[in-house]
Design a protein around this ligand. Structure first.
Ligand SMILES: Nc1ncnc2c1ncn2[C@@H]1O[C@H](COP(=O)(O)OP(=O)(O)O)[C@@H](O)[C@H]1O
Ligand SMILES: Cc1ncc(COP(=O)(O)O)c(C=O)c1O
Ligand SMILES: [Mg+2]
Length: 276
């Protein structure tokens, strides 16, 4: 039986909760066949868990992309890209892939680490990636950087940022309010270019949400490959990640990854969708 083929162009989170590890686990849970073009390797200092990002040679990235694209892919996602050159190469790969099922997760920081990877990356993402996106999934900080508005603090701010990001070329935008937004629920704003929707689930009081953003974007990617509409793909992804966060766990003293397989094992929390 042939499976839908999903490719992630992303970094390796050696601790296994985020990055391409999250993407592959999530692709598998959605019944798609996952492939990886690896951009960087993230390692952690065992004493204190400070992140260290090591890019791979770009010729090696290009060879991986050529390998994956030669199979014909049904959807592609980007994650941590880390340099302007890698962002450009990812953009060229997506344009060449022939698929319009493109999810851009504009990763700029790792949770728990406040270093923005490289400020020039924002402009490179705007130039090379947003115009190709069927959906982009910034968190509040990333949305503020892309839109040039500063970090949104209210739903109204999020609407302004989402419209700007749509004008930059992304057909649909999900801004993840997550835990950071001062709302009772975990609230994301979805803009399809015409209408705005709030996606809400119970806010989980745990800090074990490492990899939530990657898992959310990878779910959307697999759902698009499986033929769902963008709106259906985003709603299922919200259910999938809500379950994963509800069952997050402590890997060690420093990090709590989400449980990528939670939805199929335990079911998903209720997600409400409201047009606003
Ligand atoms: N504590 C939480 N409880 C429930 N949902 C959450 C929580 N934290 C994040 N989410 C949800 O997880 C998804 C990923 O968001 P977030 O963790 O903010 O992204 P990122 O990891 O990119 O910063 C979003 O749908 C967000 O609303
Ligand atoms: C390789 C890699 N990609 C992406 C991320 C972003 O993870 P999140 O899903 O928590 O936003 C991280 C964070 O550690 C990472 O190491
Ligand atoms: Mg993220």
């Amino acid at each position: 039986m042939a499976l839908k083929k999903t490719l992630t162009i992303a970094g390796s989170d050696t601790s296994g909760g985020a990055g391409m590890q999250a993407d592959l686990k999530t692709f598998q849970e959605h019944g798609t066949y996952g492939m990886v073009a690896l951009t960087v390797v993230v390692t952690m200092d065992p004493n204190g868990w400070t992140h260290n990002v090591t890019p791979l040679p770009t010729e090696l990235l290009q060879k991986q992309i050529d390998t994956a694209l030669s199979t014909g892919i049904d959807a592609v996602k980007t994650g941590m890209l880390s340099t302007e050159e890698i962002i450009r190469i990812a953009g060229e790969a997506i344009a060449k892939s022939g698929t319009t099922n493109v999810v851009i997760d504009p990763v700029m920081v790792c949770k728990g680490d406040d270093e923005v990877l490289n400020p020039g990356n924002t402009d490179a993402m705007i130039q090379h990636l947003l115009p190709l996106a069927a959906v982009t999934t910034p968190n509040l900080f990333e949305a503020g950087q892309l839109a040039g508005t500063g970090t949104p603090k209210t739903i109204e701010d999020m609407k302004v940022a989402a419209r700007k990001i749509n004008e930059l070329g992304a057909k649909a935008v999900v801004i993840k309010g997550g835990k950071a937004l001062a709302t009772e629920k975990a609230t994301d704003l979805f803009f399809d270019g015409t209408s705005f929707y709030l996606l809400e689930s119970e806010k989980v009081a745990s800090t074990y949400n490492h990899g939530a953003g990657c898992t959310f974007a990878a779910s959307i990617t697999a759902n698009l490959a499986n033929g769902l509409s963008v709106k259906e793909a985003v709603i299922e992804a919200k259910e999938f990640v809500s379950a994963a966060i509800a069952h997050g766990w402590a890997l060690n003293d420093y990090v709590g990854p989400v449980m990528h397989g939670a939805k199929s094992r335990f079911g998903a929390p209720q997600v409400t969708v409201t047009e606003i």
